[in-house]
Design a protein around this ligand. Sequence first.
Ligand SMILES: Nc1ncnc2c1ncn2[C@@H]1O[C@H](COP(=O)(O)OP(=O)(O)O)[C@@H](O)[C@H]1O
Ligand SMILES: Cc1cn([C@H]2C[C@H](O)[C@@H](COP(=O)(O)O)O2)c(=O)[nH]c1=O
Ligand SMILES: [Zn+2]
Length: 201
Amino acid sequence: MFLEPHFRGQRSGWIEVICGSMFSGKTEELIRRLKRAKIANQKVEIFKPKVDTRYDEIKVVSHDSNFILSTPIDHSSKLLKLSDESTVVGIDEAQFFDEELPRHCQDLALRGMRVIVAGLDMDYKGRPFGPMPDLLAVAEYITKVHAICQHCGNLATHSYRRVVEDKTVVLGEQDVYEARCRSCYQMGNILNLQTTDKKKN
Ligand SMILES: Nc1ncnc2c1ncn2[C@@H]1O[C@H](COP(=O)(O)OP(=O)(O)O)[C@@H](O)[C@H]1O
Ligand SMILES: Cc1cn([C@H]2C[C@H](O)[C@@H](COP(=O)(O)O)O2)c(=O)[nH]c1=O
Ligand SMILES: [Zn+2]
């Protein structure tokens, strides 16, 4: 379990990143840390990308229906103005943000804030997703969480897309995605390729 570092003497900020596949518990872990900060009477602001309207327009909601209120924003440049006077800033679905997100997170940390960011490290093709690799590079603390492979029960690291759709961004739940371990993810993609080839011939 992640143990929060304490603010010591003169406040200095830092960045925490929670990453992993879909269903790995990123949002639950983000909510857990943010609720604890609220219990400690810290001023907490929470953001998510406007594009993420999956469960709710305003709330950050986990797959287990746990939630916390947030402010949807369309660009990371809005973070600083909206986080004024905050002690802790939480950001969910970071993979959907623009490439300037890491710079703005660093700016908040330099101003003394604790910045907690959750997001998918890989897209459905297994490629680094959006600003996540750059965030991971500049973070002080990284937590990689794992789901359970829906095929074999091992730890899952990949998000397998169950529908044929090439776009990188396709919002969805269990109807569209499955958490899979590396082997089951690879196997699924090979089977898909074979099916597509058969249909072509
Ligand atoms: N394959 C799976 N592995 C683990 N948890 C799963 C799986 N499918 C559904 N869940 C549920 O999803 C919850 C995690 O949800 P959430 O924190 O929203 O994940 P994430 O933000 O990483 O997608 C788990 O507590 C569990 O109830
Ligand atoms: C892998 C992958 C996912 N998405 C979408 C699907 C969901 O709406 C979110 C991830 O939500 P979670 O809180 O991590 O479960 O991202 C996508 O658009 N493209 C992808 O490749
Ligand atoms: Zn597996």
